[in-house]
Design a binder for this molecule. Structure first.
Ligand code: PLP
Length: 377
């Protein structure tokens, strides 16, 4: 079958083409203007992203990983400190904790939300293997974590909350957006994220003036005056080209998230009768479907059958962080273990989802899944 529709799982190029004229003009403007790092485009993006979230400050960084490292350093967290997070996340979350010099301690997730289980966090903080100075909940796949409970538990034990909102630009819990619950929140702006650059980029947000000021100094060698380091810092600056692209993409973020939500509704309707566990949106939550992740028992066979029929899928993530070679038998685990995390890894499947995914492709995914799972194409 050579003429069958090929459905992509993600397509950052389509996001570029959707705003090509504006993006090309912005890039040409930056090239011509002559400032390439931390200039007027970065300042404008930081202002506009902070306004989008209703946050006091936004600090652009070179990546989402760096945003987490910088945030932890600004909180004064480093060697000897424990940081609680999930194992069911992008490796970047855990890599960042170690890059800051701290020790990750991993807790389990809830089987339906895929996010940090507050009960597992409470159990860890009641009996920590080392002092836990910060908690990094991840709003995985665009669904907000249980921030009310998580923040209350962290506060009770004197741990700071740094949200990893890398998959949740525009997600919300009630009236409050993801990224507005912690002392700091880190966002990746990697090309496939809900808000994505055309290269690496990240951003931190906070309401705290002193933390923002420290982040700005630490992102550039600890400088408060040029060439004079007040404390040892890093280099994680955002560049002007990426900032100019991000400003244009930010204008379309609301619409792009609405399209992701519409695709998710179409999947929910089209797949309702199949023997699958579909992702849900909890009461009062605004899920922005960075990924649309199913759970199914016969995952690998289904995935191969979809691929044969031209439907690309992905696994986010095939191996929990604590089972990866770099971390295995080395990373501390909370007292309630990681049974849900390990079970999920074999059952999750990320369907195609991106704002420019055509309706016909959404229909094709549904048709092929019905055929493969229920034999009712
Ligand atoms: C993408 C992502 C990161 C890392 O961001 P980079 O920009 O790739 O460094 C961190 N955490 C989560 C949950 C992510 O999805």
């Amino acid at each position: 079958m050579t003429n069958q529709t090929q459905v992509r799982q993600a397509d950052p190029r389509a996001g570029y083409l959707a705003q090509k004229a504006e993006i090309d003009a912005a890039i040409a403007g930056v090239l011509d203007q002559g400032a390439y790092i931390l200039g007027p485009q970065v300042e404008a993006f930081e202002r506009e992203f902070a306004a989008f979230l209703g946050a006091g400050h936004a600090i652009g960084t070179a990546s989402g990983t760096d945003a987490i490292v910088l945030g932890l350093k600004a909180l004064g967290i480093g060697p000897g400190d424990g940081v609680a997070s999930a194992s069911h996340t992008a490796t970047a979350t855990i890599a960042a904790i170690e890059l800051a010099g701290a020790a990750p301690v991993l807790v389990d997730v809830q089987p339906d939300s895929f996010n940090m289980d507050p009960a597992a966090l409470a159990a860890l903080l009641a009996r920590p293997p080392l002092p836990i100075r910060a908690v990094i909940p991840v709003h995985l796949y665009g669904r907000p974590a249980a921030m009310g409970e998580i923040a209350a538990i962290a506060e009770r034990h004197g741990a700071a909350v740094l949200e990893d909102a890398s998959q949740a630009h525009g997600a919300a819990l009630g009236q409050r957006k993801a990224g507005r619950f912690g002392a700091l929140a880190a966002f990746s702006l990697y090309p496939t994220k809900n808000l994505g650059a055309l290269g690496d980029a990240g951003v931190l947000v906070t309401d705290d003036d002193a933390l923002a000021e420290r982040c700005r100094a630490l992102r550039e060698y600890g400088w408060r005056r040029r060439y004079v380091s007040d404390e040892p810092g890093m280099n994680t600056r955002l560049d002007e080209l990426q900032a100019s692209v991000l400003r244009i993409k930010l204008r379309r973020l609301g619409e792009a998230n609405e399209r992701r939500r519409a695709i998710a509704r179409a999947y929910a309707e089209g797949l309702a009768e199949l023997d699958l566990r579909l992702p849900a949106e909890g009461l009062g939550e605004r899920h922005v479907y960075h990924q649309y992740v199913l759970r199914l028992a016969d995952r690998d066979r289904t995935r191969a059958a979809l691929s044969e029929r031209g439907v690309a899928t992905a696994l986010h993530y095939p191996l929990p962080v604590h089972l990866q070679p770099a971390y295995r038998n080395r990373i501390a685990i909370g007292p309630s273990g990681l049974a849900v995390t390990e079970q999920l890894a074999g059952e999750i499947l990320s369907l195609p989802i991106y704002p420019e995914l055509p309706d016909e492709h959404v229909g094709r995914v549904i048709e092929v899944l019905r055929e493969v799972i229920a034999g009712t194409g």
